[in-house]
Ligand binder design. Structure first.
Ligand code: NI
Ligand code: MN
Length: 223
């Protein structure tokens, strides 16, 4: 059975499978479907770090849906203080949720909260296996990730300025060796404007990965 990958905008997407859903980095500003927090129905919320374009609507959605926030201990502490359900983890930690295994990964980026650290995630959501890098610089330890957990999809920031740009993300693709790469965190604002078609061409020329360009507001089926 395939999963639905619903790209909302920026680095925010929903994975839906088995009548269950998880939203990643719920940032809803300017999304083309005009979705607001009350439109989002999910069971879990992953937050990579505390910058506004990732944490944004997380607490409101968590309260509306009685959903569980999965993030670092620092973000989860804030979530619990705000009255939300949360499952705290930290970098390198793994846990088996009812849907499958989660590993929080390194991400080299600001935490957005005192004492914290940004993270990424490798998730097995009812058999759909995906790495979401969050916001990060390129780092060579990305090559370890496919040795630790199998995943077919890599969701990577390519916007530059705050994160990897397309050139660095191309190197990330070589390290990660995912079957499919989904670029995010680009074209939201002028400083992160990028030519995603050129990125796709370069990745498909130089690696065995296929790049899936999903427009904000669109949903694709993934394995
Ligand atoms: Ni950030
Ligand atoms: Mn960001």
């Amino acid at each position: 059975m395939s999963a639905k990958f619903h790209f909302i905008n920026h680095a925010c997407f929903i994975l839906e499978k088995n009548n269950s859903a998880i939203i990643f980095d719920p940032y809803l500003d300017d999304n083309p479907e005009g979705l607001t927090a009350k439109d989002i129905k999910v069971d879990y919320i992953f937050v990579s770090h505390g910058h506004f374009d990732h944490l944004d609507s997380a607490f409101e959605i968590a309260k509306n849906c009685d959903a569980t926030i999965i993030s670092t201990a620092e973000i989860c502490g804030l979530a619990q203080d705000a009255g939300c359900k949360a499952h705290a983890m930290h970098l390198g930690g793994t846990f088996k949720f009812p849907f499958g295994k989660v590993r929080l990964t390194l991400a080299f980026h600001g935490s957005g909260v005192p004492g914290g650290h940004a993270c990424g995630i490798v998730i097995d959501f009812y058999g759909t296996k995906l790495y979401f890098a969050g916001d990060t610089a390129l780092f060579s330890d990305m090559q370890l990730l496919p040795k630790l957990d199998a995943f077919e999809y890599a969701v990577l920031p390519i916007g530059g300025n705050f994160t990897m740009d397309p050139n660095d993300a191309l190197i990330a693709c070589k390290l990660l060796q995912a079957k499919y790469v989904i670029p995010v965190h680009y074209n939201t604002w002028p400083p992160i404007a990028q030519d995603v078609e050129a990125f796709k061409a370069a990745v498909e020329d130089e690696t065995d990965s296929k790049v899936l360009i999903v427009k904000p507001g669109n949903t694709i089926d993934i394995d």
